[in-house]
Structure formats: structure tokens, C-alpha cells
Design a protein around this ligand. Structure first.
Ligand SMILES: [Zn+2]
Ligand SMILES: [Zn+2]
Length: 241
């Protein structure tokens, strides 16, 4: 399983780098997890967006879905034989309905009580704690390699079990450690602590802020992750699991 970071900023794009989007390639298939602002442009450096096999969306905040509309136009213009499946939750019917555009894309529902097989990949979902319904994603391939993506969330204990022993944890690390209290995202302390408690093999901090130096974010996360190696997302970063 190969994971490529297409965009990693929280909230809004900055200086040519987009918000959340991760290309996941496994067994000849190309999947996109989240489709934020700038992601379609970044994707085109690797492949034609019309060669995607599926898209999976964690939630419907704009920094995770901003490029869905233009991806739909891309598919519409290409006149493909069958529509692009876009997986989303149905806790928000208005946004879910917009995943389907005739002759372009088709919305498919996932839920958090049973796994969804997408090709040979097993997708499991866990509802997070966020101002709108959002789902963390656990992907297992046929060789048993596991990717876990927290999506957007504040810290809660259920994340530990969900991320347990995974090969790579991509964590929403939107804040430095001195941002505490009620918030919609993890800070560096929480991301690092989660990685350690869940015994993950590697932590990638992502959904990073534009306003804090990335080395500071990395250093803080590493302190709490202890012996778990921590890397920070950057555009074009590739991780093989
Ligand atoms: Zn976000
Ligand atoms: Zn969000």
C-alpha cells in the first residue's frame, strides 16, 4: 500500500499547497481519501483524475471536499462509461446527495457498524468528535497492512483502540501543545500520546497549521510519541506500508 500526500493544511490552502487529500494505491487501484482545496491539481501530477477508482470522504467540511465539484466536472467532461464511486456518510443528507452527479459520480453510503469492502481493501469507520459528523478511517489490505486516518477530531479514548497496532497513523494535528481545552482537532501532545498508546508503527502529523513552524510541531509530537517515529506531512510525501 502506497500513501501519497496531496495536501495537508487544515482549514485553507496556503502558498500553493492544498488542504487534506491522500492518494492510496494498492493492488493496482487508485483511491483518494478526502478531496480538499488544491487536491485535484496535485493529483494530476501523478495520474489522470479520471483514472481514480474510488473516493472516500471523512466528512463534509470544505477543507476535505472543496475539490469534489471540479472532480465531478472532470469526470463529466471525460464521458466515462461508469460513474466514479464517492463514499460518504449519510448523517448529512444534503451533502451526501451532492456526491451523485448523473454521468459523472455516484454517492455510496458507509457506516460505522460494519466494514465496507472497496475492491480488496477493508474500510472501517469510527465516528469522531467534531462540530459536524466526521469519521476516522481504518484501511486494511490483503497483506494485513493497516492505515489509520483520524480525520478531524478532538481527542477521545476510542481513537486508541481504533488505531491499535497500525502501520501508519495519519493524525489531525492542527494545534501546538499549548492550545488546550475545547477544540475541534488534536494538538501535538494528543497526536503523539495517541500514537504511543495505540502502539502504532509510525505517526504522520497532518492537517497542519499555516501559522506554526512545522519543526516545532514535529518536535512536540515526537516528545509525546516517545519511541514511535514521527514524520510530518508535506506535499508529495510517499509512505509505503
Ligand atoms: Zn479539516
Ligand atoms: Zn472538519
Amino acid at each position: 500500500m502506497l500513501v501519497t500526500v496531496l495536501g495537508f493544511y487544515g482549514g485553507y490552502p496556503y502558498k500553493g499547497i492544498g488542504t487534506s487529500g491522500y492518494l492510496l494505491q494498492d493492488d493496482g487501484k487508485n483511491l483518494l481519501i478526502d478531496c480538499g482545496s488544491g487536491v485535484l491539481n496535485a493529483l494530476a501530477s501523478y495520474m489522470q483524475p479520471t483514472d481514480l477508482d474510488e473516493v472516500v470522504l471523512s466528512h463534509y467540511h470544505h477543507d476535505h471536499t472543496a475539490d469534489v465539484g471540479v472532480l465531478q466536472y472532470n469526470w463529466l467532461a471525460a464521458k466515462k462509461e461508469s460513474p466514479l464511486p464517492i463514499y460518504g456518510h449519510t448523517q448529512d443528507f444534503v451533502n451526501f446527495a451532492q456526491l451523485t452527479v448523473e454521468n459523472a459520480t455516484k454517492g455510496i453510503a458507509y457506516n460505522d457498524y460494519e466494514p465496507t469492502m472497496i475492491g480488496n481493501l477493508k474500510f472501517e469507520f469510527l465516528k469522531t468528535v467534531h462540530p459536524v459528523p466526521a469519521y476516522a478511517i481504518r484501511v486494511t489490505n490483503q497483506e494485513g497492512k493497516v492505515l489509520v486516518y483520524t480525520a478531524d477530531t478532538t481527542y477521545f479514548d476510542g481513537l486508541v483502540d481504533f488505531a491499535k497496532d497500525c502501520d501508519l497513523l495519519i493524525a489531525d494535528t492542527n494545534f501546538p501543545e499549548d492550545v488546550t481545552g475545547r477544540k475541534a482537532h488534536l494538538n501535538t501532545k494528543e497526536a503523539g500520546t495517541l500514537a504511543k498508546k495505540a502502539n502504532v508503527k509510525r505517526l504522520m502529523i497532518s492537517h497542519l497549521p499555516q501559522t506554526v513552524d512545522v519543526e516545532t510541531m514535529l518536535k512536540q509530537s515526537q516528545k509525546y510519541a516517545s519511541d514511535v517515529p514521527v514524520i510530518h506531512a508535506f506535499k508529495g510525501l510517499e509512505v509505503e506500508l
